[in-house]
Design a binder for this molecule. Structure first.
Ligand SMILES: Cc1cc2nc3c(=O)[nH]c(=O)nc-3n(C[C@H](O)[C@H](O)[C@H](O)COP(=O)(O)OP(=O)(O)OC[C@H]3O[C@@H](n4cnc5c(N)ncnc54)[C@H](O)[C@@H]3O)c2cc1C
Length: 332
């Protein structure tokens, strides 16, 4: 494949938003994607602007892809396994081939780690959630279990009280790491805590109906939220020498530039709060920065001059004039 101006690695929400901007900026852009966007897990996105009835995450990806293609962006299905700087740009190596570019946007996302409870995966996005900003509203008034054993678990449970009076914590037998203050809050706010290992997630299709514990207790609940943590897909960023912060996210400036020239990052793989609309906004901001940087480079290297010379040679470059006797040439 020929060297492209821009490769967007990751065709999820951030990558697609960037691709639309880059296509419309007339940048020769390819999106390389392995097809595992987290948006696929959400059958009804209710907090994305412009969809009053909600939108299936799969549809959002489909619409974004179609929109980017309409603006000339190419898509390649591949999983990138390695990368290196090459000349003024990068070379990516995937399972199916090599890809070269001048600027690279990493929009590789993260992976939310689901709890290790039999039967829970089938309920992902339906009644098993990771994010109260995304899904707290939809579980209003229902019975909710927060699975985890750290400070975040306790704060999550307390935050969920705005949505429901019936919130419990289940540590799933994990070692407790919440501190004394968080432990006191659990008592003060009278939140039930189950310390035993969970043996089963009872469900009706994708709908959680209860949890069974190792001591035989069965608790009726409608939803599970978990705070087990995330895996950030930063392997390529690290290989290219980009700085990673203490939480494992790619460090970026306000224009989504990483610490490596020509390398940008957007979406959940950065310190952004992991929300679709934020990922889309960051993708757009990254694309604008890439476009601006390529433009400035073309001025510095006279690339734009050469482009203009071609235009002057081969294309009509003067607007038609109606004024009698004032030809374009006579104005020069
Ligand atoms: C169950 C669930 C429900 C959610 N609900 C909501 C919601 O209601 N509202 C909301 O705002 N957010 C929600 N989210 C979060 C939302 O999905 C993310 O914020 C959003 O998808 C982040 O976009 P992104 O582009 O950063 O990453 P993603 O959309 O995850 O895209 C990353 C892409 O990069 C690709 N990729 C990664 N590494 C490579 C590689 N090496 N080679 C090639 N491709 C690669 C992946 O295959 C993937 O397609 C939910 C998440 C989950 C898990």
């Amino acid at each position: 494949m020929k060297k492209r101006e821009v490769i967007v690695l990751g065709g999820g929400i951030a990558g697609l938003s960037a691709a639309i901007y880059l296509g419309r900026a007339q940048r020769d852009t390819v999106v390389v994607d392995s097809g595992h966007s987290m948006a696929k897990w959400e059958p009804r996105v209710e907090n994305y602007l412009g969809f009053p009835e909600g939108v299936d995450g799969n549809d959002l990806l489909k619409f974004g892809r179609e929109q980017a293609k309409r603006h000339g962006v190419e898509f390649v299905s591949d999983e990138i396994q390695g990368a290196r700087g090459e000349g003024e740009g990068f070379r990516l190596t995937g399972k199916n081939g090599h890809y070269d570019c001048r600027s690279l946007l990493l929009a590789t996302g993260i992976y939310h780690i689901p709890p290790e409870i039999p039967g829970v995966r089938e309920c992902l996005g339906h009644s098993m959630f990771f994010c109260k900003d995304c899904d707290g509203f939809r579980v209003r008034g229902q019975a909710i279990a927060i699975v985890g054993a750290n400070n975040e678990t306790v704060e999550y449970a307390l935050g969920m009280l705005h949505y429901s009076p019936c919130v419990m914590v289940a540590t799933n037998g994990e070692r407790i790491t919440w501190d004394d203050e968080h432990g006191r809050w659990l008592k003060e706010y009278e939140l039930p805590v189950y310390f035993t290992r969970i043996t089963d997630c009872l469900r009706d299709g994708c709908q959680v109906t209860g949890l069974t514990f190792a001591d035989g207790t069965e608790v009726k609940i409608d939803n599970i939220f978990t705070t087990r943590g995330d895996i950030f897909h930063t392997e390529i960023a690290e290989e290219l020498g980009a700085r990673i912060d203490r939480d494992g996210q790619i460090e970026i400036d306000h224009c989504m530039r990483t610490s490596v020239p020509r390398l940008y990052a957007a979406g959940c793989v950065t310190p952004a709060n992991c929300q679709m609309i934020i990922a889309a906004g960051q993708g757009a901001a990254a694309a604008q920065a890439i476009n601006r940087d390529l433009f400035e480079e073309s001025l510095a290297t006279h690339g734009l001059r050469r482009f203009r010379e071609e235009q002057l040679k081969e294309e009509k470059t003067e607007p038609d004039e109606r004024r009698a006797g004032a030809s374009a040439a006579s104005k020069k």
